[in-house]
Design a protein. Structure first.
Length: 132
């Protein structure tokens, strides 16, 4: 019961993170919501990247730069508390994303992300993509 409620709390943290990213709400990137250093596996490439919080904000800004707006449609959200680490919740979710470029072009993607939440703070993200 305790693990289930913690898993649900981490689902809400993931939703807050996703909403903040789409809305370019960089005030959400704080030590209250993130570990001091987080990892990111982008959808292209195999390298693990690590960012401190100011660098994470710069990454998010660069990801938004070519677009007027980004919209997400999340299908479902699945929290998993691994048996090997009860302080970790892995929140998995597929979604579609529509990106509206400043030049008028529209890009559509399918994504699958895994957010790693440790002690109520986002520790990292793995991302996979598929173009529609």
């Amino acid at each position: 019961d305790c693990l289930l409620s913690r898993g649900l709390g981490d689902v809400y943290k993931r939703q807050d993170f996703s909403t903040a990213f789409v809305n370019q709400d960089y005030d959400f990137v704080t030590k209250e919501n993130y570990l001091e250093t987080i990892f990111f596996y982008p959808e292209k490439g195999l390298d693990r990247l690590e960012f401190d919080l100011p660098s994470l904000i710069e990454l998010a800004k660069s990801m938004h730069e070519p677009y007027d707006s980004i919209r997400r449609n999340v299908y479902d959200v699945i929290p998993v508390v691994p048996s090997y680490d009860e302080n970790l919740t892995v929140v998995m979710f597929p979604f579609t994303e529509t990106r509206y470029r400043k030049d008028g072009e529209i890009e559509k993607y399918r994504f699958f992300e895994r957010h790693y939440i440790r002690g109520g703070k986002i520790a990292g993200v793995r991302k996979w993509s598929q173009e529609e």
